[in-house]
Design a protein around this ligand. Structure first.
Ligand SMILES: [Mg+2]
Length: 234
């Protein structure tokens, strides 16, 4: 039994299919980038992201066509550039709101999040996707808006997911002792970092997202339903 007061969850491979991000969200942003920037070029957030992208590309005076080409190249390379993540978050937000795009969560996830929330366990997200992208994904799922279940969101502005210091920062931010928290992920190195920081850790081994022959030294579960049977409120 895992006794916990707060759960911090990863998204890709944990609450949601990796293929959704790779095969749906990334192509969606790629396809809508130019039109989105053209329609919102004077929005201060978009203007700032374009300037930042030009600087990050080492060409501060680049024109829009050059910056857009760079952003597409970053999408193709899965480069986690902040201005790109900002624009992707905005494009996805518009997509969810206007086109009925749904944020993928596995079918077992909403009911278990609701159970934990009702039991008084505080829920947090820690993902490499931007906080905007995290919120819009959970706001538009097949089970409706799940954002009221979460108490907070963390992304890589808190620090890299494979470093213990990031988890200490999350514990400090949320006011929990690290040992009162449980971190969920499909990635062994992230779980190792969380353990090093004193958090409890559990690995999701979702069949669709788990490499063949994967092993783990952490408690492991095929889905949230199996995990939930093992989690108690501290
Ligand atoms: Mg993951």
């Amino acid at each position: 039994m895992i006794s916990t007061s707060a759960i911090v969850t990863d998204i890709e491979g944990t609450t949601s299919a990796i293929s959704f991000v790779k095969d749906v969200l990334f192509p969606y942003a790629d396809e809508h980038l130019d039109a989105y920037v053209a329609a919102h070029r004077n929005d201060p957030v978009v203007a700032h992201a374009m300037t930042e992208a030009a600087v990050e590309a080492g060409d501060p005076d680049a024109d829009d066509a050059t910056i857009l080409a760079q952003l597409h190249a970053w999408i193709a390379a899965d480069r986690k550039a902040t201005p790109l993540k900002t624009l992707q978050g905005l494009i996805w937000a518009e997509g969810y709101a206007k086109t009925g795009l749904l944020g993928h969560v596995y079918p077992d996830v909403p009911a278990v999040l609701q159970t934990w929330n009702a039991a008084g366990i505080e829920l947090y997200v820690y993902s490499s996707g931007s906080i905007v992208a995290q919120k819009v994904l959970f706001a538009h799922t097949f089970a409706g808006d799940l954002t009221p279940l979460f108490s907070g969101y963390f992304d890589t502005t808190t620090g890299p997911k494979r470093e213990a210091a990031s988890y200490l920062e999350i514990a400090a931010d949320t006011g929990f002792h690290p040992g009162e928290m449980l971190f969920l992920s499909d990635t062994e190195e992230e779980l190792d970092a969380a353990r090093e920081a004193g958090l409890q850790a559990a690995r999701l081994l979702r069949p669709a997202d788990t490499p063949a022959g994967a092993t783990t030294k952490h408690p492991a579960y095929v889905d949230f339903a199996a995990l939930s049977a093992d989690v108690a409120v501290a």
